[in-house]
Design a protein around this ligand. Structure first.
Ligand code: THU
Length: 161
């Protein structure tokens, strides 16, 4: 038996001013997306923004439904839209942020397990890491260098894409 350890390392920014202008732009796009979320049931607005290698920014936000499981998270709305509208165009960075009308979201939002698995598929497909900014309304931000880092021992289909 061997003990194995998974290390997850990420950058922590106390305010948006500490980030590069490009990162700030993507953060701003995710905040705009969050404002247009359709979340009448949870009142938990989530926004995501992706920067593509062609310079296009894709926005996504959570879309809820009276039949609860029919809704979708912001991250998947954004990644699926990118893949549908710009197939084969590399995603160079992603950002996600959230704001709740019901309680104070002090910490940066971190994606749910299903979104991690979905985002990971696109990272593996394009064979290059997708850095992910996780932003709180106060400006505190975490930066993961890749999606892989957020999902140790992830599921990977052994088939070809
Ligand atoms: N949600 C996201 O958009 N992204 C996540 O990573 C987790 C949760 C949404 C789903 C639902 O509309 C609301 O947040 C409350 O769970």
């Amino acid at each position: 038996m061997q003990q194995r350890t998974f290390t997850c390392s990420f950058e922590h920014y106390s305010s948006r001013e500490e980030m590069t202008p490009k990162m700030q732009e993507l953060a701003e796009a995710s905040i705009q997306a969050m404002q247009d979320a359709y979340a009448p049931y949870s009142k938990f607005n989530v926004g995501a923004a992706l920067l593509l290698e062609n310079g296009v920014v894709i926005k996504g936000n959570n879309q809820e439904n009276a039949a609860y499981p029919s809704g979708l998270c912001a991250e998947r709305v954004a990644f699926f839209a990118a893949s549908a509208n710009y197939p084969g165009v590399r995603i160079v960075a992603a950002a996600v942020t959230a704001l709740s009308a019901q309680y104070v979201q002090g910490e940066p939002v971190t994606p749910c397990g299903s979104c991690r698995q979905s985002m990971l598929e696109y990272e593996l497909k394009q064979a290059s890491d997708i850095p992910l900014l996780m932003i709180s309304p106060s400006g505190e931000t975490l930066l993961s260098p890749s999606i892989k880092q957020l999902l140790p021992l992830y599921f990977e289909s052994r088939g070809k894409f």
